[in-house]
Design a protein. Structure first.
Length: 355
């Protein structure tokens, strides 16, 4: 009997618990219309409400414990407030700054970010489909190859999409990337100015814009310096990893033991070049200078600190997010292709050739 009484008391207490506060509750407490509350609490629309009123509404909403019903809002607007990002390799230290720029700009506009790690064996098309099925309002792709079916797949799905740090051969969708050819030219010109002439290149994958364009920049720079085409030394790595850089550098040095400098297509490849030089008993920079590309974190802590080409990774992410937001607002918005200028960062891994 006592047990039944206690159970009934708990049910009554539960039934009497306060209901979840609504927009109408916030509006009533502030003396404004519910639509004003909705605008004040929306990052994309808060500019339509006077600052003092918006601050009062936000403070009242916080005091009442009001939380927007995202599902209901999505049903009203046809938008989820979610954006998907396909990452090439979440463990790659070059990617977090780009993602930080994307996420910050999207957050300011009221969007949350879902990041999916494609990795070496994932299918970008399949993963994009999974995100589209979850109702994302747009996609940021950091994974595309030059001729990637995922680009046209997204176009066919009528999903707003933007590419970051890479471009597709047809330039079918908006993109933000660094000037890859100019970046490698900075590296080549730096080494030429130091007196190097026998310079090799550990290139990135040639089916990716960064690999192909940086190789083109290297070959153009060497040709301009008067190096005959048959003497331009290039070895392509199959992926942007330290081990791939090591293997490519060993092949390069086997063919051209006379090299006095190596330009790597990114910093992870450059770390592999360091490993290859150590394996062959060669000192950097006294015997072989090394230049990387991207300026990923902690390069100044290497021995020797790596000379590299800095790209504006966070700005790249920010600009990509803003291009995507423009596409979400207006599907007919202009397809801009933003190219950001790189910067040479000289550290201890480059020096004049001996002799």
């Amino acid at each position: 009997m006592n047990h039944n009484h206690e159970s009934l008391s708990r049910r009554r207490a539960k039934a009497a618990a306060p209901s979840r506060p609504t927009i109408k509750d916030v509006a009533s407490r502030c003396g404004v219309h519910p639509s004003t509350v909705s605008r004040a609490l929306s990052p994309a629309m808060s500019h339509l409400v006077a600052d003092d009123v918006a601050k009062r509404i936000r403070a009242t909403a916080a005091a009442l414990g009001y939380r927007p019903n995202i599902t209901a809002a999505g049903l009203r607007t046809g938008r989820s407030g979610l954006v998907g990002v396909l990452a090439p390799d979440i463990a790659d230290p070059n990617f977090p700054p780009v993602l930080g720029g994307v996420a910050e700009a999207l957050h300011e506009a009221g969007y949350a970010t879902i990041v999916v790690d494609v990795g070496p064996h994932g299918s970008p098309v399949e993963l994009a489909d999974r995100l589209i099925a979850r109702g994302v309002d747009g996609l940021v792709l950091a994974t595309v190859s030059l001729h990637d079916p995922v680009v046209e797949h997204c176009i066919d799905a009528s999903i707003p999409v933007v590419l970051v740090n890479r471009t597709d051969a047809g330039k079918l969708v908006p993109s933000v990337a660094s000037d890859d050819e100019a970046g490698i030219r900075l590296a080549v010109d730096h080494l030429l100015a130091l007196g190097h002439r026998r310079i090799g290149h550990v290139a990135g994958p040639q089916d990716i814009s960064t690999g192909a364009l940086r190789r083109a920049g290297f070959e153009a720079g060497m040709a301009q310096a008067g190096v005959p085409g048959e003497e331009i030394a290039v070895e392509a790595a199959p992926g942007y990893t330290r081990e791939a850089g090591r293997a490519a550098a060993l092949r390069l040095l086997e063919r051209r033991p006379d090299l006095t400098a190596i330009v790597a297509a990114n910093d992870l490849l450059a770390l592999g070049v360091y490993d290859a030089l150590a394996e062959r008993g060669l000192n950097c920079p006294n015997e072989v200078s090394v230049v990387g590309h991207n300026d990923m974190p902690y390069l100044d802590m290497l021995s020797p600190p790596l000379t590299t080409v800095r790209i504006a990774q966070r700005e790249m992410g920010d600009r990509a997010a803003r291009l995507l937001l423009a596409q979400i607002r207006d599907p007919d918005a202009r397809h801009d292709h933003v190219v950001l200028a790189p910067q040479l960062i000289v550290r201890g891994s480059t020096a004049a050739p001996r002799g």
